[in-house]
Design a protein around this ligand. Structure first.
Ligand SMILES: *Cc1c(COP(=O)(O)O)cnc(C)c1O
Length: 432
């Protein structure tokens, strides 16, 4: 058989270019990371050929004896990682995991109370352009203008007023931890289900750097490729299994199904077909890595680096939303610097620094322009950056933002970025 190079030189060349880009850019997008060689080997394997609709021991296809073991290993490791009664490792992505949760817990037209998208929430928590906002009735809670943080008394008031069927927690640009007990007491008070989407912080929760939602939420979803550093994918977990209170019964026996059964059905056949067994193998590898002691050291460094960067920015007069961070990301409100998020993202892109523009709470610009940028530490921490490097990164970003349209600055910063990146090689086994 031909290698990729022989078969398709166009795609081969583009992979080379992307490898180079990843090597020589400062990757600061908070939702990205670099997986291990082992994860990529598992993902780029023969398991991509296998159909395995169903679950281990209960498949709709033959030849599943090995993939059954792979999926069982993935599930066992994930359960251990989060101290969970049950997990489903089949969701193709975070959005797919969330779709299954909606199918299990909500009927069309029912109300969801979620984290305001313009304050850091996610599209799948009720955006009008997403199925969650099209099929369900979204209501939102947000952060306080003065503190940039959630006020749980206000969330309780809102929940009482809108009487949601489900309350969701989780965001893409919130740099503080959550009070899950408070959320659960609010949910109980209004008779709602509580769902935590820990897509961004799953790695930090696995190592105990952030509180675990599993003892408090009815259901938890996540991606596997952000701080958890696995392949692109999703997962659903429950802390404590037991009879569902949705009234879902098994068709023949009339027995009330457990939560785990309701959610398994919501993934397959509810919202997905065949699982991506190559990705599930890579998830198993990533969970195995996350159970090792050095993963904890990694997450300690992720937080230390985000804090060092936040401190450096604040010392230079930048406005960090909520005044700092508890996790892997910071959100910078650039309004006092006279630069929009769009201009900052573009200018930094010219200087080999990859960030994303981001709405800040109470933003006065449109989502296409925005007043802020979001910066995360997970990817460059994987490459070996420590606090000193992240302080240097903050200074490089500042030089670009001070003079965003100056091409000489772009060129000089690019040189410094490349010199820094070369000290911390990525994927030395791949040649571009
Ligand atoms: C990233 C993210 C998702 C979506 O994950 P995809 O894998 O991109 O579908 C869902 N929820 C939150 C909170 C996220 O940050």
């Amino acid at each position: 058989m031909k290698s990729l190079n022989e078969q398709d030189s166009k795609i081969f060349d583009l992979l080379g270019k992307e490898t180079n880009r990843q090597n020589l850019n400062l990757e600061l997008i908070a939702s990205e990371n670099f997986t291990s060689k082992a994860v990529m080997e598992a993902q780029g394997s023969v398991l991509t050929n296998k159909y395995a609709e169903g679950y281990p021991g209960k498949r709709y296809y033959g030849g599943c004896e090995f993939v059954d073991v792979v999926e069982d290993i993935a599930r066992d490791r994930a359960k251990k990682l989060y101290n969970a009664d049950w997990v489903n490792v089949q969701p193709h992505s975070g959005a797919s995991a969330n779709a299954a949760v909606y199918l299990a817990f909500m009927k069309p037209g029912e109300t969801l109370l979620g984290f305001d998208l313009s304050h850091g929430g996610h599209l799948t928590h009720g955006s009008h352009v997403n199925f969650s906002g099209i099929y369900f009735k979204p209501e939102f809670y947000g952060v306080e203008k003065e503190t940039g943080r959630l006020d749980y008394d206000k969330i309780r008031e809102k929940a009482k007023a809108v009487q949601p069927k489900m309350i969701s927690i989780g965001a893409s640009a919130y740099s503080r931890d959550y009070d899950y007990e408070a959320f659960r007491s609010i949910a109980d008070e209004v008779g709602a289900y509580l769902w935590m989407d820990m897509a961004h912080t799953a790695g930090l929760i696995a190592t105990g750097h952030l509180k675990s939602p599993l003892p408090h939420a009815h259901v938890v979803t996540t991606t596997t490729h952000k701080t958890l550093r696995g392949p692109r994918g999703g997962m659903i977990l429950i802390g404590k299994d037991g009879e569902n209170t949705l009234g879902v019964v098994a068709p023949k026996s009339g027995r009330v199904k457990n939560w785990s059964e309701v959610l398994d059905s919501a993934v397959f056949p509810g919202t997905q077909g065949g699982p991506l067994m190559h990705v599930i193998a890579a998830k198993a590898v990533a969970y195995g890595e996350a159970l090792q002691p050095d993963f904890k050291d990694y997450q300690t460094q992720v937080i230390a680096n985000a804090k060092a960067m936040a401190d450096e920015f604040m010392a230079m007069g930048y406005d960090i939303v909520s005044g700092g961070t508890d996790n892997h990301l910071i959100l910078i409100d650039l309004r006092n610097k006279g630069v929009t998020g769009k201009l900052a993202e573009e200018a930094l892109g010219h200087a080999a620094i990859t960030v994303n523009k981001n709405m800040v709470p109470f933003d006065t610009e449109s989502p296409f322009v925005t007043s802020g940028i979001r910066i995360g530490s997970p990817a460059m921490t994987t490459r070996g950056f420590g606090e000193e490097e992240f302080r240097t990164v903050a200074k490089l970003i500042d030089r670009v933002i001070q003079d965003p349209e100056n091409e000489t600055v772009h060129a000089k910063v690019t040189q410094e970025v490349e010199a820094l990146c070369e000290q911390f090689p990525l994927y030395d086994f791949i040649t571009a």
